[in-house]
Design a protein around this ligand. Sequence first.
Ligand SMILES: NC(=O)c1ccc[n+]([C@@H]2O[C@H](COP(=O)([O-])OP(=O)(O)OC[C@H]3O[C@@H](n4cnc5c(N)ncnc54)[C@H](O)[C@@H]3O)[C@@H](O)[C@H]2O)c1
Length: 248
Amino acid sequence: MNRFDGVSVLLTGAASGIGRATVHRLVAEGAAVFAVDRAADGLAAMAESATGAGRCVPHVADISDEAMVIEAVQAAVTELAGIEVVINVAGIHRTTPIDTLTVEDLNRLFSVNLVGTALVCREASAHLPDRTGVIVNVASAAATQGNPYMTAYAASKGAVLAFSLSLAAEVAGRGIRVVPVSPGTVDTPLTSSSVLPAGRDVSYFARIRSLLGSATPEQVASTIAFAASADGGYVTGAEIRVDGGSGA
Ligand SMILES: NC(=O)c1ccc[n+]([C@@H]2O[C@H](COP(=O)([O-])OP(=O)(O)OC[C@H]3O[C@@H](n4cnc5c(N)ncnc54)[C@H](O)[C@@H]3O)[C@@H](O)[C@H]2O)c1
């Protein structure tokens, strides 16, 4: 039996990496996914390759743009006749050594990772059904584990984690679950395009390697699918780490 038969899902960051793998997983399991990303080409290619019992509706939007988020959520409600599950995957990464950290770095990381996630939650929460509504927000192991040269990114993900825990408490009365999922290192374009600063001490990274090596996007997608499904029905307000034991 498909866990997501007939379930309507709004997912951001759908064009690449973890978001792409999650759309594939959910469509294979029967979901109708309203798939949001700012990258039009990647989104179209992803939507074409999403096959299975469900369906995928691509929608181009930048989640750091409030008007676009309002419009996207309205379009999702119309297209899917409601939203039962929200999955915030969209995010950006930058390495920012403390001596070169700029206000622009901080603003950009927070405007996408925190503000974008928060706007989607705000707009979609009123549409979620009481008792069965679910929000899954992708944070990061960096939220709770030190990563040199990533202070701004880590802080933005710590904010996503804190936001999610308090939101879980706020909507618990409606029976809506909120689950932050924190991946460790995942093989995606975000990781491969991330350049460690030249001439800096990077020995720390050898010490935080996960016990299992990097994750595939599909391994993270299956954890997100668990959290969003009835299988995760007693999980809320608690971080799920999918980090291959990097904190062990
Ligand atoms: N890859 C990792 O090792 C890793 C580890 C921990 C957490 N994460 C988090 O997982 C999430 C997905 O990362 P990924 O590795 O799949 O990255 P990715 O770059 O492969 O995919 C991110 C997607 O988000 C989209 N996006 C970025 N900014 C957007 C915006 N403003 N509006 C709409 N879409 C936007 C991008 O276009 C892209 O399609 C991110 O939130 C990231 O911080 C990744």
